[in-house]
Design a protein around this ligand. Structure first.
Ligand code: FES
Ligand SMILES: [Fe+2]
Length: 423
């Protein structure tokens, strides 16, 4: 691996100088409040771009499937590994009379399993794993019927490094890899498939999807919001001055996507370590004595080449966050359920533990991280309620909040351009 940094702070010491197109002043918050804007976001962004919907390990064999209930898309998605071992996605609907095809006890609850055929329980029609009609029931009753026109409606689906993406825009010609761009190329080679120990949680929050993403786009809030979980940071907050623990190592913007690289020294005891951390030798940032990395890091990770590197967080447009740390990788997906509500899904992927101690250490890290994320979520519902009051119209974001500036500008520009094209 080259030791040459890929990313440097501008001489001025201000990140905004590296990205002058973003400006420096306040930014409109209308995109987090307006119901009208939300409808445009659904139409132009969510229904026309590649969206990450799950890891391929959820489909281990031919016939494995899972469903996704995605209100923002106004549909249910069925994802299947077919007989050719390809991953396919469909609208979860029977083309006979529109029954929801795959569900168990409740049609609005996601499900998963394995099957050899897609079977509609309403009138017993059967479809192959590739969506073609195998057999309608009572074929003798069907008049002027063309089986070729009666298929489970397919959706574009592609797998990139084990991440399954769908795109509802049937005119889309861009591959996932091209869509994800340089950031994705930079992390190619990370051993995603070896990280099979998973820890997951999901919650619905009464706030716009972007304001939770904003909370994962800066570490400036660390010493204040996370005072309860990170004693060391709390002490530093009193300094109220630049410091290496809370100022990012680097911010980078590429097209629709953005990332930041952040300080972290996970591998040792600190004066703030709790007795339980000392016992299992792990903390919120991962194991103290992590196993040596078998492979070098892909070139796009730790782009500042810092020895104090802790993690990298990539925000892929529109709603997919991919975070790398000493523990492995974590995905966040933010699914709007309305202008002022969304579901957040957090999935952590670690190397399978080889000892009981490693397993307990992972559980400790996960429970710490859950507390940290709960802290991240804690201001958001009150914040949304106050944004809805209309008392303020803009966010006053600073230089360490440059990714927030980028997220909102990208979303607002994307919608504005799509609306212009429509006219
Ligand atoms: S609606 Fe599916 S078989 Fe009739
Ligand atoms: Fe946080």
């Amino acid at each position: 691996m080259s030791q040459e940094p890929l990313l440097k702070k501008p001489e001025s010491g201000k990140w905004t100088d590296a990205y002058p197109q973003l400006g420096r002043g306040p930014i409109s918050l209308d995109d987090c409040v307006s119901a009208e804007f939300y409808e445009k976001e659904r139409e132009h962004i969510f229904k026309k771009n590649w969206l990450y919907i799950g890891r391929v390990e959820r489909l281990p064999k031919v016939g494995s499937y899972f469903t996704r209930e995605l209100q923002v898309l106004n549909t249910s998605i069925l994802v299947v590994r077919d007989g050719e071992d390809s991953i396919r996605a469909f609208h979860n609907i029977c083309p006979h009379r529109g029954n929801k095809l795959v569900w168990k006890d409740d049609p609005f609850v996601e499900t998963e399993g394995t099957t050899s055929r897609l079977y509609c329980r309403f009138h017993g029609w059967r479809y192959g794993l590739d969506g073609h009609l195998i057999k309608p029931s009572r074929q003798d009753l069907l008049l002027d019927f063309e089986p070729g026109k009666c298929q489970v409606p397919a959706i574009q689906c592609e797998v990139w490094n084990g991440f399954v993406f769908i795109n509802l825009n049937s005119d889309n010609k861009q591959t996932v890899s091209d869509f994800l761009g340089d950031f994705a190329q930079g992390i190619e080679g990370f051993p995603f498939d070896r990280h099979r120990q998973t820890y997951k949680f999901k919650a619905e929050l009464q706030c716009n999807w972007k304001i939770f993403m904003d909370g994962f786009a800066e570490s400036y809030h660390g010493p204040y919001l996370h005072a309860g979980t990170f004693g060391a940071l709390t002490a530093l907050a009193k300094l109220d001055a630049p410091n290496q623990y809370t100022d990012a190592l680097g911010y980078e913007l590429k097209g629709l996507h953005r990332m930041f690289s952040f300080y972290g020294e996970p591998s040792k005891e600190t004066p703030y370590s709790l007795p339980i951390e000392k016992l299992v030798q792990a903390g919120a940032a991962g194991p103290w004595n992590k196993r040596p990395q078998k492979d070098p890091l892909p070139k796009g990770l730790n782009p500042t080449r810092s020895e104090k590197y802790g993690f990298d967080s990539f925000q892929f447009f529109p709603n997919f966050v991919l975070i790398f740390s000493s523990s492995g990788f974590t995905t966040h997906a933010h699914w709007p359920t309305g202008p002022h509500s969304h579901i957040v899904e957090v999935d952590m992927y670690y190397l399978p533990p080889t000892t009981h101690k490693e397993r307990i250490a992972q559980e400790l890290t996960v429970s710490f991280l859950n507390d940290v994320i709960l802290e991240d979520a804690s201001p958001l519902e009150g914040m949304q309620a106050m944004l809805n009051s209309g008392a303020i119209k803009e966010f006053h974001v600073n230089d360490e909040e440059i990714l927030i500036r980028h997220l909102h500008k990208t979303v607002q520009d994307y919608v504005a351009n799509a609306e212009k094209e429509k006219k």
